[in-house]
Design a protein around this ligand. Structure first.
Ligand SMILES: [Zn+2]
Ligand SMILES: [Zn+2]
Length: 324
């Protein structure tokens, strides 16, 4: 077994992690059994996201239907973090106080009509269709004057911040570019050419590679902050999900592989879809973050301790078998 304590820097960011596998945990040690999602009923009368309860959600914005029944449905988030107002300008009063309206739109995308299915239960065609809806929402919301960024994300499980078990994703279009996106853009600017394009050539041959197809590479990042953290990158330099619309099914294949393994772990997780802001040039990617360990005091200094080596995590995603 690979026992090691090592400090590693992120590919581009000035951010370090400690990979400390001395605690001897194996993938099977991370399995959770307390949330039995498969035991849920197919329909829950009290669930606002279940078919028949459409009047319990804010006004519907759109749906994908099949034979008169909706398969995917989206509407404004009842507990919205931002709202459309006439003023989206962020201003500074003096050197310390910068503020503005929390401007924008916050939507929920319900991924399946079935209460007892999770994202990891959907097949590749269903995932591909969902990615199409993601793309449509990002495109439409990014056209709102004053919107600087559209953040698309998914929370699964109680450790990842979900309050409703019925599978859904969220989109927040708002009037700032988020911190880590700005940090990545700054860091990328210090390289000659796109560093992600270059490092993809390395990672496809590394111990961290998980899956490579014509257009995508899935791998566990060298300086992963969390156990089983994994990323999906288009091999071609594209800034937006929209540029990949001809290969959504292929992208769904990568997502499905990762989700299948997360289902094996039965863990909470977050997925973030990282588009470039319109005025910048950032290589589009998807980051999947299992929420198995909780950050403690040390992590608030900015250095995460990851108890699972990215190489071992990649082996797990590739379907490796573990023995004691
Ligand atoms: Zn439901
Ligand atoms: Zn690139």
């Amino acid at each position: 077994m690979w026992v090691k304590m090592e400090i590693r820097k992120d590919y581009v960011l000035d951010r370090y992690v400690i990979i400390a596998t001395n605690r001897g945990k194996r993938p099977s040690d991370f399995k959770k059994s307390n949330e039995d999602l498969a035991a849920l009923p197919e329909f829950d009368q009290k669930c606002p996201f279940c078919p028949g309860n459409e009047d319990k959600t804010p006004k519907e914005i759109g749906r994908v239907s099949n034979e008169g029944h909706w398969q995917i449905r989206w509407f404004e988030n009842k507990f919205n973090a931002v709202e459309l107002t006439s003023d989206y300008v962020v201003r500074t009063d003096n050197e310390f106080y910068t503020f503005g309206n929390a401007f924008g739109k916050h939507e929920v995308i319900v991924e399946t009509p079935k209460h007892n299915l999770q994202l990891w239960d959907l097949d590749e065609n269903q995932l591909s269709e969902l990615i199409g809806v993601y793309n449509f929402r990002i495109e439409e919301l990014s056209r709102i004057p004053g919107v600087k960024y559209v953040a698309l994300f998914k929370n699964h499980g109680s450790e990842a911040g979900t309050s409703l078990v019925h599978s859904h994703s969220q989109v927040i279009a708002y009037n700032i570019v988020p911190f880590w996106v700005r940090e990545k853009i700054k860091a990328v600017g210090k390289f000659e050419g796109c560093p992600y394009c270059k490092l993809l050539h390395r990672e496809r041959n590394s111990e961290r590679h998980v899956l490579e197809t014509d257009n995508f590479l899935t791998f566990t990042p060298y300086a992963s902050q969390y156990p089983f953290e994994v990323v999906i990158f288009p091999k071609k330099h594209v800034r937006f999900l929209n540029e990949l619309r001809n290969v959504f099914l292929e992208l769904a294949q990568h997502l499905k592989l990762v989700l299948n393994k997360l289902k094996e772990l039965n863990c909470s997780y977050n997925i973030t879809w990282i588009n470039s802001p319109y005025d910048n040039d950032l290589h589009f990617h998807i980051r999947i973050i299992p929420r198995i360990t909780k950050p403690g005091g040390f992590e608030f200094f900015g250095t995460h301790i990851n108890v699972m080596s990215p190489e071992e995590a990649a082996n797990f995603y590739r379907g490796g078998v573990y023995h004691d």
